[in-house]
Structures are given as C-alpha cells and as structure tokens.
Design a protein around this ligand. Structure first.
Ligand code: ZN
Length: 239
C-alpha cells in the first residue's frame, strides 16, 4: 500500500484469486511494479475465488483492482460455467493426457484481451498471467507458444504497439515451475495461501472438495513443499 503512487512501472495482473495468480501478484510487486489487478465474474461456479482476489489485492498493495462481469456461462461448454460434472479423483497422468471438462473455451484469450486494453489505458507495458505448463490440467491456452503468439498479436493490435512507443510484454513467470516451487516462491514473498482458492467445485460453505484436478494439484504441491495448506477441505464422503 505504502508505495502505491511512487512506483513508476505499471503492470496489469490477471488475478483469479487462485494460488498461481496470487503468487504472480507477489512476484510482480516484488519486481517493483505498481500492480493493476484484473478479475472477472464470468459465471464460474467457484465465484468464491473473487472474495479471495479482493483480499489478496488489498493485502499485497495493488494500485487498483478492477472486477469485470462477462457472461461466459451464456456460452457454456465448460464444467466451470455450466451444470456439467467437474471430474474428480483423476490421476496426474490422466491430467497430462486429456483436456478436461473444466477447460473454459477461449478463457485466457478473452482475459488477456481485456488486460491488453486496460494496459493501454493505464500506460502499462507489462501484463502478468499465472499460467503454468507443468502442474496443470492440459489446457491449450496455458502453453508458452500460446503466450508468445498473444504477445505478438497484442503489439499489432494496440496503438501503443504500432506507434512504436511501447512494446507490450506478457509475463508468465510460473510457466515452467512445479506447484511445489510456486508455493515455495510465494511463501518466501509473504503470500497468505489462506487467502487463495483453488477448488473447481467448492461446497456452499466455500470449503474445497479435495478431489478435483485443482485440489489434487494444490495438495500435492503443498505436500512436496513440506508446507501446511491452510485451507479447509471437505471430508471425502461429504457432498
Ligand atoms: Zn476441488
């Protein structure tokens, strides 16, 4: 908070309220950026993550937090935005092989497009996104070649880019990190993981299911890092 207006470098941070994006916010802040956090209400069933995003952006001293409403549930096609079943209890090998129902069509492209527009308005040359190509669910819009292609497109798409004054960069600092490394990094930077949410299918009380891909990867990461996960999980037999 204290350095809010003295930081000259500005960055737009895509902040979902999950473990990865909250760590990314801490990384950007540590690198000296004034952080403009961007979150979306997109019809996701895990809308509780937005509360966490608000908490973390305030706690980590964001310059601004913008929450936009976009109705991706009207498009559907994903277990996160419709009544489709969230896969539970998948093996880590299966996660690497098939793109699950929790994939949201076009999500990162849509989010990055909003981030690009806001970056141009606030005068930010940098966008941070918490995508990860290792411990993840096999989503196509989390791969390095996708991020590179978007960066190239953003330079063609913006006034700032075509006038040659500025060059937009997309940072994906967690791209090649394991969950264990991400948790260790965030812990060292003072992230409070109690103020993050990962579960795709939380109960009405907000507790994580412990069985979806996001929960399983998170639990594995904390176990490997030797750090206690501060979240509460539902017992297996609970619905
Ligand atoms: Zn879960």
């Amino acid at each position: 908070m204290e350095q809010k207006n003295t930081r000259e470098k500005k960055a737009v941070i895509l902040l979902s309220g999950g473990l990865d994006s909250t760590t990314v916010l801490a990384i950007a802040r540590d690198a000296g950026y004034a952080c403009y956090c961007l979150s979306f209400i997109y019809g996701q069933r895990q809308a509780i993550e937005l509360e966490k995003a608000k908490e973390s952006s305030a706690r980590l001293g964001a310059a601004e937090h913008l929450v936009l409403e976009i109705g991706l549930d009207r498009i559907g096609g994903s277990a996160l935005t419709s009544e489709m079943e969230v896969p539970k209890g998948r093996s880590f090998a299966a996660m690497e092989e098939t793109i699950p129902q929790t994939y949201v069509p076009g999500r990162n492209t849509i989010f990055l497009a909003y981030a690009m527009a806001w970056a141009e308005v606030v005068g930010a040359d940098d966008i941070f996104i918490g995508v990860n190509a290792l411990d993840y669910s096999g989503y196509p819009d989390c791969r390095p070649e996708y991020i590179e292609a978007f960066e190239k497109m953003a330079r063609l798409a913006t006034r700032a880019g075509t006038e040659g004054k500025r060059s937009l960069r997309i940072h994906a600092p967690l791209m090649n990190s394991t969950k264990k490394e991400i948790i260790q990094m965030g812990t060292a930077l003072g992230v409070d993981y109690a103020a993050t949410h990962s579960c795709y299918d939380p109960g009405i009380d907000g507790r994580a299911c412990g069985q979806c891909d996001a929960c399983l990867l998170r639990l594995k990461g904390f176990a490997e890092a030797g750090i206690r996960d501060p979240l509460q999980y539902k017992a297996k037999e609970e619905k």
